[in-house]
Design a protein around this ligand. Structure first.
Ligand SMILES: Cc1ncc(COP(=O)(O)O)c(C=O)c1O
Length: 395
């Protein structure tokens, strides 16, 4: 049996000496909260993703939540969300008091399409959240044309930092509130963290205030300038969702290293495709996996599940036994007990949820790691087919 000596996680950050000295530099200043380093990171992020403004927050979940608050979404409103996503995309809708309306996805992109969104629009629809699943940019211009102009589109780009739309513009540049994640395993990792990229400066100012209790946006300066003796005048109920300079210091280094990371991810995805193309198994890959614009946060593949005696959970368990940290993205949110009662008609999502698997991919992986993981997958599928053959023979 093929087995790695060490566990290969599905996503793993690449932190080196540069990130470590950046953190040390900030610690030596004595100021580790939100300050000038965060502002510098925001400026660099804005430039990288072609957005006039970027507002950092403590997670992508907070970025999505504050985006809905900024759009005035609340009780009585419906928000369209794909079910094939991480649970926070849907939870934020409930957290602002609105109702989740699940929509289906396209079988090729695994993300929402104009048709799947249009199918669930109703008189109470107040927003649509589009998820760039795995790092493949959804055609948001086409979604925009399918949705009435008064309904805002929010982009969940947790997987898509560095991704590009078909016209070459970076995800973040559409003008929609676009939410990124800098969580531990993301392409640009600062442990935790998130950001909203947007075009409207007034909304950006509001987000800056909302992330810090509704304080005036430059309130942090009162800590660094002892001569400032202003009394903050809070007018709006805000939250405690700010980013920190310690994280920003890591983020600035990670941002500079993105081209190298992107290259390594492409090499890993190619190694999977080449190795698995030599097997007799018919794998179905996400559209555009090897395209220039794909951020390749996830390497998503559909298993030929009808030819196996095992479920995808059993395939996953057999891979984990071999120290290959494959994973599942996702168990559809509408099947979670929290969403019991919602019985949306999502045939593509339901079909995918039985067969889709995430192969490990990260900038800290090598192509040899990918080749071994691919061979282990073939070995597992061969075993799963043999079980089916012997079950058939017994029956
Ligand atoms: C699609 C999607 N949306 C939102 C999030 C939330 O990101 P965060 O952990 O930064 O809150 C995640 C996290 O992995 C995600 O995968």
């Amino acid at each position: 049996m093929l087995r790695r000596d060490t566990y290969l996680p599905f996503g793993r950050p690449d932190f080196g000496d540069e990130e470590m000295s950046a953190v040390t530099r900030i610690m030596r200043t004595g100021w580790v909260g939100m300050g000038s380093e965060t502002l510098a990171f925001e400026r660099e992020l804005a430039e990288a993703c072609g957005a006039p403004a970027v507002v950092t927050v403590n997670s992508c979940t907070s970025a999505l939540f504050l985006s809905l608050v900024a759009h005035g979404i609340g009780p009585g409103d419906e928000v369209v969300v794909p079910s094939l996503t991480w649970i926070s995309t849907a939870n934020v809708v409930r957290q602002v008091g609105a109702t989740v309306v699940f929509c289906d996805v396209d079988p090729g992109t695994l993300s929402v399409s104009p048709a799947t969104v249009r199918a669930v629009l109703g008189p109470r629809t107040r927003a649509v959240i589009v998820v760039h699943l795995g790092g493949l940019a959804v055609d948001v211009a086409a979604i925009r044309r399918a949705v009435p102009a008064h309904i805002p589109i929010v982009e969940d780009a947790a997987h898509a930092f560095g991704a590009r739309f078909a016209d070459g513009r970076p995800v973040g540049a559409s003008g929609n509130l676009t939410c990124f994640s800098f969580y531990a395993n993301k392409n640009l990792s600062t442990g935790e963290g998130g950001a909203v990229a947007l075009a409207d400066e007034a909304v950006a100012d509001r987000l800056r205030s909302l992330r810090q209790h509704g304080l005036p946006q430059d309130a942090w300066k009162r800590f660094v300038d002892p001569r400032r003796l202003e009394t903050p005048r809070v007018r709006e109920l805000g939250f405690k969702m700010n980013y920190t300079d310690l994280q920003a210091a890591i983020g600035r280094v990670q941002l500079r290293r993105q081209p190298v990371f992107a290259r390594r991810r492409l090499d890993v995805a190619r190694a999977y495709r080449e190795t698995l193309a030599q097997s007799p198994w018919p794998f179905v890959w996400q559209d555009g996996l090897l395209d220039e614009g794909h951020a390749r946060h996830l390497c998503l593949v559909q298993l030929p599940i009808e030819r196996l005696a095992w479920t995808r959970h059993e395939v996953l368990a057999a891979l984990r036994e071999r120290n290959i940290g494959a994973s599942l993205h996702y168990q559809p949110v509408h099947t979670m007990p929290l969403y019991a009662g919602a019985t949306p008609f999502l045939p593509v999502t339901d079909r995918l949820s039985a067969r889709i698997l995430t192969l490990p991919i990260s900038a800290s992986m090598t192509t040899d790691d990918a080749r071994l993981a691919a061979s282990a997958l073939v070995e597992v599928l061969d075993e799963a087919r043999e079980s089916r053959v012997s079950l058939g023979a017994a029956g």
